[in-house]
Design a protein. Structure first.
Length: 253
């Protein structure tokens, strides 16, 4: 039956930035589908761990600043030792810095690009090598953005990084599909998370955003549950290099 293709029992998913928000929602969704979860965060993912373990799945708490790629080899080794194999990577960790482009600093540029783009590539590379060594393929899911398609305002490094995520998703898919590795991305729309707290608190900006969204509301972490499970499961075995917009219809306007 088709629902069996969405079953993730026996698989292990490494999810970055899953202590709150969208990352937490995706980690819990993968656990609901049967996967054990390795969470990579800079702070305590206590709530995520509780929710995953309440589902009868295992959770490994790893701490790292992925802006420094020197930690990646150790993270992958520890994650592999947890269950013996890795099957899914969700590159969710990211940051944003807001400032007029005319005044934007090099430090803010580098910090965002290092985490949002450089870490995504090199963690994907490390997991792809592991998938190939295992000989069983794997799933890589990158988290893009509406700003992968649009310029935005006052977020130059974020826009550059998320545009780059879509590009390297395609590149990695082209090279690694031959190994049974599916690389795809999810582009969330305007989501109610910590990153958008300032926008939602601005009454006029909030109103203008909602007016543009056909669904008439901000997205929620649970809105990514179906897409992430689909892209992590055998149901998406012939989906390669695609970015799924989960945006309430924003891009359709």
């Amino acid at each position: 039956m088709v629902l069996e293709h969405f079953n993730l029992a026996g698989r292990t998913a490494l999810v970055t930035g899953c202590n709150t928000g969208l990352g937490q929602g995706m980690a819990v969704a993968l656990a609901q589908a049967g996967a054990d979860v390795v969470g990579v965060n800079v702070s305590d993912p206590a709530e995520t761990r509780e929710r995953v373990e309440a589902l009868g799945r295992r959770f490994l708490d790893l701490r790292a600043n992925l802006g420094d790629t020197g930690c990646i080899a150790d993270l992958v080794a520890r994650a592999k030792a947890f269950t013996g194999a890795l099957h899914i990577l969700v590159n969710n960790a990211g940051i944003i810095r807001r400032e007029d482009a005319i005044k934007f600093s090099e430090a803010d540029w580098d910090e965002v690009m290092d985490l949002n783009l450089k870490a995504v590539f090199f963690l994907s590379q490390a997991l792809a090598r592991q998938f190939i060594a295992q000989g069983s393929g794997g799933k890589i899911i990158n988290i893009a953005s509406m700003l992968s398609y649009q310029g935005g305002i006052r977020v130059p490094s974020y826009t550059a990084s998320k545009s780059g995520v879509v590009g390297i998703t395609r590149l990695m898919a082209n090279e690694w599909a031959q190994h049974g590795i599916n690389v795809n991305a999810i582009a969330p729309g305007y989501m109610a998370t910590n990153n958008t707290a300032a926008l939602r608190a601005d009454e006029s900006r909030n109103a203008s955003i909602l007016e543009r969204i056909p669904a008439g509301r901000w997205g929620r972490p649970e809105d990514l549950a179906g897409p992430v499970v689909f892209l992590a499961s055998p149901a998406s075995d012939y989906v390669n290099g695609y970015t799924v917009a989960v945006d309430g219809g924003w891009l359709a306007r």
